[in-house]
Design a protein around this ligand. Structure first.
Ligand code: CO8
Length: 258
């Protein structure tokens, strides 16, 4: 069932799993995949029973980029009027933490999709790259911005201007990967991370994600003030009381996500 779907969905407790499913195209991200990912993540984000979203692909490819065959014949006007790729920005509105579990190729839009997630757990077979330059174009969904913020100018320029693929180990050294794990345990490790996040207080994880992402948008003073005020605000929920009393009583906290 669902084999014709470009994105498969499943649920394990408070973790929702989205699996890219275009094996014949190495999970190339066409418009249908974009629509589905945007629709599903928005839906899951509204679900109070979901505490983390895990996005993954296959063993061979997380995603080998935007679908080149779909784009090839477009004109500049078509690209501009459709504002091609702009819907991917909807992922930025997803407040629920997202974990990318990356095995194999994460190229172009695939690398950019991983970078739109909050954690990137990579198998030792993962290969990251921004090869758009080889196609006569440039990254189109954040590669020049998010990658540069993640790894700095000189590593980003190396990937973007030469289009070379970076093996998992080098990607981890660069700071593009949260955790590097053996291929055989990728899903276990990624699920464990997602589960851990999902069991914490959802208001706290949402606030932590927002505050951390804000560091890319605002200056230090504004960012620190935002952090402090939202830290204060969490004292209005029951989860702060539960978390702190559980610590005092030396037991595991049970959060109600409110
Ligand atoms: N688009 C469309 N089809 C693809 C793509 C792609 N990006 N990648 C692979 N495929 C297809 C191949 O055409 C092939 O199909 P077919 O069997 O019909 O010929 C099938 O997948 C298997 O691929 P290969 O035979 O090439 O497999 P290999 O193992 O020999 O090579 C590679 C794997 C190295 C990954 C190779 O397929 C490759 O170089 N792919 C293209 C990578 C690339 O250039 N990606 C960047 C695309 S442009 C982009 O992403 C712009 C970003 C804009 C933002 C997007 C937001 C999401």
């Amino acid at each position: 069932m669902g084999e014709d779907k470009v994105v498969l969905t499943s649920r394990e407790g408070r973790v929702a799993i989205l699996t890219l499913n275009r094996p014949k195209a190495l999970n190339a991200l066409n418009s249908e995949v974009m629509r589905e990912i945007v629709r599903l993540t928005a839906e899951l984000d509204r679900d109070p029973g979901v505490g983390a979203i895990l996005i993954t692909g296959s063993e061979k490819a997380f995603a080998a980029g935007a679908d080149i065959k779909e784009m090839e014949d477009r004109t500049v006007m078509e690209m501009m009027l459709a504002d091609w790729f702009s819907d991917w920005e909807m992922l930025e509105r997803v407040r629920t933490p997202m974990v990318a579990a990356v095995s194999g190729f994460a190229l172009g839009g695939g690398c950019e999709l991983a970078m739109m997630c909050d954690l990137i757990i990579a198998s030792d077979t993962a290969k990251f790259g921004q090869p758009e330059i080889k196609l006569g174009v440039i990254p189109g969904m954040g590669g020049s911005q998010r990658l540069t913020r993640a790894v700095g100018k000189y590593k980003a320029m190396d990937m973007i201007l030469t289009g070379r693929m970076v093996e998992a180990e080098e990607a981890e050294r660069m700071g593009l990967v949260s955790r590097l794990v053996p291929a055989a345990s990728l899903m276990d490790e990624a699920m464990a991370a997602a589960r851990t996040i999902a069991e914490f207080s959802k208001p706290a994880t949402i606030t932590a994600k927002e505050a951390t992402n804000r560091s890319f948008e605002v200056g230090l003073r504004e960012g620190l003030l935002h952090e402090r005020r939202t830290f204060h605000a969490l004292f209005s929920g029951s989860d702060q009381k539960e978390g702190m009393s559980a610590f005092r009583e030396k037991r595991a906290a049970v959060f109600k996500h409110g």
